[in-house]
Design a protein around this ligand. Sequence first.
Ligand code: ZN
Length: 584
Amino acid sequence: MSTCTMGRRLQAEHSKKGWWVVIAFPDSPDAFKDATWEDVLPYYEDLAARPLDRDNVETWLADWSRFESLLSEAAALASFAYSCDTRDPAREEAQLRFGTRISPMAYEQRIRLQERLVELGYVRPGIEMVVRRFQNQMQLFNPANVPLFSQLSEVSTQWSKVNGAMTVEWDGEEKTPAQLLPYLEDNDREVRERAFKGRARPFIEQRPALAAIFDQMYEMRQQVARNAGFENYRDFAHREKNRFDYTPDDCMRFHESVESAVLPAVRRIMDRRRRQMGLTSLRPWDLDVDPQGRPPLKPFENIKTLIDRAGEVFSNVDPAFHDYYRRMADADLLDLDNRKGKAPGGYCQTLAFRKMPLIFMNAVGVDGDVRTLLHESGHAFHSFEASRLPLLFQRHPGSEMAEVASMSMELLAAPYIDHDHGGYYSEDAARRSRAELLEGIIRFFPHCASVDAFQQWIYLNPDGRDADARDRKWLALRQRFEGDSVDWTGLDAERIARWYQQPHFFASPFYYIEYGIAQLGALQVWRNSLRDRARGVRQYRNALALGATRPLPELFEAAGARLIFDHDGMHELISLVEEELAKL
Ligand SMILES: [Zn+2]
């Protein structure tokens, strides 16, 4: 990169330890746009070498935080650009530069700096959790893992490419698997079956390639865990995610509670659907269509409508959310439509220096797109609220709380998705959409439990390295958590393909139980808002503004919730969802 953009200046400063040269830190958001590792390293070296004591530690922390914000913003923009067009070699190169070279090297440097703070023994209100996380990360660090993380990131890029290249032939047209989603809501059962099988087909065809990619990831991850002194990657990942307040056994308890507290509700929902549809048995392509045969919900005709109406919806929840959202829209930080070449899925990322989040998703015109936008906007509002905290290290709690922010927004915004509130739907259609949201929440838990149980099994068992054994285990877990409400006869290949479609197994291992924990948190926020709307939203915002400055149970408490793994807690909330569903 050209260093002139950073305005790097040299100046000398006298310190107790003798003459020591400091460099001025960059302050332009584009400072690291084209950076190589050699451009970045001097700043880490400055922070590592600068004399540190209790008098200057706050300046040192502020400099470090600002520098990390710039670096993280550059990496976020590179990965955003790449996910918007995975076919562009220049974007791929930039994404790889950050993902495989800068990030793993920065990770190592960051540990050095974390050690400096911890060794200084400096703690003050507001950074207790920062220090705790630093200590944890230091304990897990082994330099031998640095090249492994870099290789993992490379394999992950390969995986993105396999996904980005997937196409399905549909009525003579080439489509992405995601573009077939609307046909799963078609009232013609034959069309739905074709769409269901068509969506699974590229994953069945690419299964050997995807399984081989997973094999590589598997070996590297287990090695990472052993290098860090753990028996398996499950135990490593649990610690690495700073899960201080619950154990892997709590996750196992969660799975059992899903079986006992949620499965009966799923069965009731499916039975009702089967009766409404007049079928003797439900097939997997019968689950997303309107059971009363009404045409699919059409929330918007074009992306502009999708964007604009969400702004109106948010203004009803809290005017501040409307303002946050408009700022993103005005800054062109919403890339929402599905196009060939785009990476799959949806996410929200923060540009840490500008303190602005961005949203990426693949909208194709279905009800679920509205939900995804509300969800990702919840993450964005979290980012806005937490950005008021001075240090980057204070802002990002684990995913458990991050997903409370997003999942609560789906529920808090639901009353306002109708035309009367500036939203997407007629009153009747809005009711349908709300019912689908609540049904979807209940139906999500079995999926969440099978994804987490699958990963636990994969990394705890030697059979986890065997592609066929993995597929068999997935089938068994789906059977355990989904029961017999849906008839999967003759569809083993499609059912197996489902796990290859789940990006988390490849790109974000063990990031999943958080959704379940968070959904239970979000249901409590929603329950509170049903009793007292203003108070519920206020507690929610206050909790988001705490960022990562409190332990997880306290963040939940601030939102008016508690962590739930037990049958009773889960059962109470599921019953409430069923009660509300009955009113729609
Ligand atoms: Zn999310």
